[in-house]
Write a protein that binds this ligand. Structure first.
Ligand code: ASP
Ligand code: MG
Length: 423
């Protein structure tokens, strides 16, 4: 069997859904499980709604109406029969949101978020399933919450693998013998039956979980790029597509911030040697990129740019050397506040670290480290990571940039810069 995942961009309008049907027909699909994300920017819209509800702002109805209007425009284009059950089914998902909004918010934000935001996925999968059936591509819609069991770490839930594996293998292979399955990404369920989410962009991970538990022959992620490129095409013009990449290279790329694949996606596939295909949904005949067990050496430098970085430099208050006890205290502060360091450097008198800037987290960190250290920092920086770098590539990247920190290992260069030109 195989797993297909369609992201938000591929189902952002009625044309997108028609294109999904086209891809499936060309493929003569069978034994396929389809995971879909929320349509277009729906997750952002639901996030705003959840925030407004939590903050008791008065724009909740306006925000919800915009989400409804967007989806109903798509539905009306695809289903001319106004009595089609899809109208009722989608309405039922919105009624759940109406019910939440009727009451005052009582619960913590992360919990509220998870009860509201993945509605985008439920609606998208409901519309897609109905549309495929209408187009003669017979499929069964399933609620992923009946299968993906998680802990209650809301907004970043962890999968309970044994339970999830059991639930999936008990019933899904039998369904797949007769028809396709359409389900939704991003969403899970606790043992107390509350909805959880797997983190932003988590639908890729959902696809990998189903792929792992069903021993898929491949998992395909349909994207708005031709495959995995050596750099973000929005930032660089001369990008190169990889035909093949090893799991470990792709894991490194995701770790350093390449957004093409969700970082958690690769492990469940690598564990079972299931290839991950990244293919363009607008040119489905193209081969895209195959991520698998390959020894192919990488010849093109891979460039990953992370914005919104902060670089801190710490020195001791008595101007003594940075020793192991200082380092211990610094790392305890990082661990306590969940600061994930992207790169760091140490000299006799200073310790520097670069990480993603989050205002609340940063303020706490600043307070905690100030007790023992003098702390200086620079904000609004860029971290450029280059895997398999060469001198020419590095030179080109740092032109016109003020370098604040540079770190070179055998395969990876990391440079923290202030960009002089607006990017
Ligand atoms: N819709 C969710 C998000 O935008 C999950 C996903 O797209 O993978 O983060
Ligand atoms: Mg999305």
């Amino acid at each position: 069997m195989k797993v297909y995942k369609f992201g938000g961009a591929s189902v952002k309008d009625a044309e997108g859904l028609k294109n999904v049907a086209k891809i499936l027909v060309a493929d003569e699909p069978n034994n396929t499980l389809i995971v879909v994300s929320a349509m277009g920017k729906t997750t952002n819209a639901f996030e705003k709604l959840a925030q407004s509800y939590f903050n008791k702002s008065d724009d909740c109805q306006v925000l919800l109406n915009a989400i409804k209007a967007y989806h109903y425009t798509i539905i009306e284009t695809l289903f001319t029969d106004k009595n089609h059950p899809v109208y009722n089914e989608v309405n039922n998902f919105f009624v759940e949101i109406d019910w939440i909004l009727e009451d005052e918010p009582q619960d913590p934000y992360h919990f509220i978020y998870d009860q509201m935001v993945p509605t985008g996925e439920l609606i998208a999968s409901c519309i897609l399933s109905n549309y495929l059936n209408l187009s003669g591509i017979l499929n069964k819609w399933i609620d992923a919450r009946a299968y993906l069991q998680t802990d209650n770490n809301y907004r970043n839930a962890n999968i309970n693998w044994p339970k999830t594996q059991d639930l999936i293998t008990q019933s899904l292979p039998a369904i797949l013998k007769n028809e396709l399955i359409v389900t939704q990404g991003f969403i899970g369920n606790t043992s107390e039956n509350f909805t959880t989410t797997l983190g932003r962009e988590g639908s890729d991970y959902t696809a990998a979980i189903f792929g792992n538990c069903l021993n898929a022959s491949s998992v395909t992620i349909w994207k708005d790029v031709t495959g995995v490129l050596n750099a973000d095409p929005k930032l660089f013009t001369d990008t190169v597509k990889f035909d093949q990449l090893s799991y470990s290279e792709a894991i490194e790329m995701a770790y350093y911030g390449a957004t093409v694949i969700h970082p958690k996606t690769l492990k469940p596939l690598q564990n079972k040697n299931i290839p991950l295909l990244v293919k363009p949904f607008m040119a489905s005949h193209e081969s895209g990129t195959k991520i698998c067990n390959t020894e192919n050496p990488i010849k093109t430098p891979i460039i990953i740019v992370k914005n919104n970085q902060v670089l801190i430099s710490l020195s001791t208050k008595d101007v003594s050397f940075i020793n192991q006890n200082h380092l211990k205290n610094i790392f305890v502060a990082f661990a306590d506040l969940n600061v994930q360091v992207n790169t760091m450097q140490i000299s006799a008198l200073t310790f520097s670290a670069c990480f993603d800037f989050d205002e609340t987290q940063f303020n706490y960190l600043n307070q905690s480290l100030h007790i023992e250290f003098n702390l200086k920092y620079n904000q609004n920086l860029q971290l450029i990571t280059v895997r398999h770098y060469n001198d020419a590539a590095l030179k080109k990247l740092i032109e016109n940039k003020e370098i604040l920190l540079e770190q070179l290992s055998r395969t990876t260069a990391q440079i923290v810069v202030k960009s002089k030109t607006e990017e």
